[in-house]
Design a protein around this ligand. Structure first.
Ligand SMILES: [Zn+2]
Length: 323
């Protein structure tokens, strides 16, 4: 055989391999593109949700608790879902339902508990029970042993109930007299974080089970799985309010499915609080920030997370900030 024949033979032998390789590469490319596109949509929905979380979270002090952060959960969910549906161009109810089925869980991590959006068995007016996505009430972070139940927060504020006498103690962990056995100031931080992560994981597990029951009823073949938080950065860095999102099962083509899990924190606890006062002289309301070193009236009314929040409630910047 001369050289040309060898060349033709070589081409005939290798061409199918080349074509298959090319086809596979194309498939992977397409899958990757779709995955990136979906993740970009979900990430911008998370950004909007986190923004709402930060904007509408009111940080205040009340006498009994010391610190309190209230979260407008409806606003957060609305902001997330609006951007999520918009990104997928899901405008009608049917299209929204289609994309909602991939939302396994959204966890709003609050200061002293979390809220879980996910599938739950709900009884309707006719008494029939069916699974549907709902936003839960606040679920507290709890650590329990035989003698005590300890409600935890994202910092060291705790509420401890003696389960035999029902006596309650509140305050920074260090200031608590009757502590659960085996917990001291040096291991409290680790136990606190593990207990919070365990609380959230328990909620996630329940939701995934309900979501799978619901998906089966819908004829979906996809098996939703509990996202594994162990060794994930989120469980180590969990120290502020935030949004955790688990979205699975959106088809990426060629038998592949989206598996998305992400946790975003907003810096609400870390920021310096804005103090709102009532001025006893002119009767107006003013706010001061951490730079204020002037003498302040002791008539502290409310603590805000942002100046915008203070202004929204009718407080003016104090004379020193106003300069
Ligand atoms: Zn001031």
């Amino acid at each position: 055989m001369n050289l040309i024949k060898y060349a033709i033979l070589f081409t005939i032998i290798t061409l199918p391999f080349y074509m298959i390789h090319n086809f596979n590469t194309h498939r992977l490319d397409q899958r990757e593109r779709l995955k990136n596109q979906y993740e970009a949509i979900i990430n911008s929905a998370i950004e909007d949700g986190t923004y709402a979380l930060k904007t509408y979270s009111k940080r205040s002090f009340d006498e009994a608790r010391g610190k309190h952060i209230s979260i407008e959960t409806e606003e957060v969910m609305d902001a997330f879902l609006r951007t999520y549906h918009y990104g997928f161009k899901a405008f009608g109810d049917a299209a929204k339902d289609q994309y909602n089925q991939y939302i396994v869980a959204i966890v709003i991590i609050g200061y002293d508990g979390y809220y879980l959006y996910g599938t739950k068995q709900v009884r309707d007016v006719s008494g029939e029970v069916s699974p549907m996505p709902v936003l839960s009430e606040k679920k507290p972070y709890v650590y329990e042993d035989l003698d005590y139940a300890m409600k935890l927060t994202l910092d060291d504020f705790v509420e401890i109930v003696d389960t035999k006498t029902w006596e309650v103690e509140k305050g920074d962990f260090a200031s608590i007299v009757h502590k659960p056995s085996g917990i001291n100031e040096s291991n409290f931080e680790g136990i606190r974080k593990r207990a919070i992560v365990a609380s959230i994981e328990e909620g996630l597990r329940d939701t995934v089970i309900s979501h799978n029951q619901w998906a089966k009823q819908q004829g979906m073949l996809y098996e939703f799985i509990v996202p594994v938080a162990d060794n994930d950065p989120w469980s180590r860095t969990l120290d502020d309010i935030g949004l955790m999102v688990c979205i699975q099962g959106a088809p990426l083509g060629y038998g592949a499915f989206l598996d998305f899990f992400s946790f975003h924190q907003s810096n609400v606890l870390k920021i310096q609080p804005i103090n709102g006062y009532e001025d006893m002289v002119d009767g107006s309301f003013y706010y001061c920030d951490h730079r204020c070193i002037h003498e302040q009236t002791d008539n502290l009314i409310q603590v805000f997370a942002t100046k915008e929040a203070a202004a929204g409630e009718g407080f003016w910047p104090c004379h020193y900030l106003n300069k």
